[in-house]
Write a protein that binds this ligand. Structure first.
Ligand SMILES: [Zn+2]
Length: 177
């Protein structure tokens, strides 16, 4: 496994639409394993293909549902790989929460999304599965899925700001107005 470079803000690759994955081979498995390692090293909970320079419809998330607050050494992370994902249903109820993104370090966006989703995707062997998710996992799936269509928190957020005292203040004011 290897840590890959995370594409940063300003790179046009982040706004491109990704192509489907057609080959379920060792190369794909290596890419996914590298993405797991890269995401954990960067302290993230999700990472999408374009963020490591791959314009393919795939992303990985860390399923934090049963994770302890303090991660012990040697902890076995529970990852879920989503290949060629499709969001097939969304809840009517929406929630607004702050989101960060490994491609926009030091920035946050307040994003309004459906509170729950149903997603259909293939695993690394090409097997289709369906998953219903809400909370952090549901939000993470929607955030990563947006990346596959070239949509980042800069586009999806109600307001986007630098994560500093001034930035937060400006965001608070924007919300009140
Ligand atoms: Zn992101």
């Amino acid at each position: 496994m290897a840590i890959r470079t995370i594409v940063q803000e300003g790179d046009p690759i982040l706004n491109k639409v990704c192509r489907p994955v057609t080959q379920f081979d060792q190369r794909l498995a290596t890419l996914l394993d590298d993405m797991h390692e890269t995401m954990i090293a960067a302290d993230g909970v999700g990472l999408a293909g374009p963020q490591v320079g791959m314009l393919r419809r795939l992303f990985v998330v860390w399923d934090t549902t049963d994770a302890p607050e303090e991660i012990p050494e040697g902890y076995e992370y529970k990852f879920i790989d989503f290949i060629n994902p499709e969001i097939v249903a969304v809840s009517e109820e929406t929630e607004t929460h702050y989101e960060g993104c490994l491609s926009f370090p030091g920035h946050n966006g307040a994003v309004t999304r459906p509170a729950a989703v149903k997603v259909r995707a293939q695993d690394r062997n090409g097997q289709w599965f369906e998953l219903e998710a809400d909370g952090l996992l549901g939000r993470c799936i929607q955030h990563e899925n947006d990346h596959l269509d070239g949509i980042t928190i800069m586009q999806s957020s109600d307001y986007f700001y630098e994560d500093t005292e001034e930035g937060r203040e400006a965001a608070r004011n924007a919300k009140e107005n």
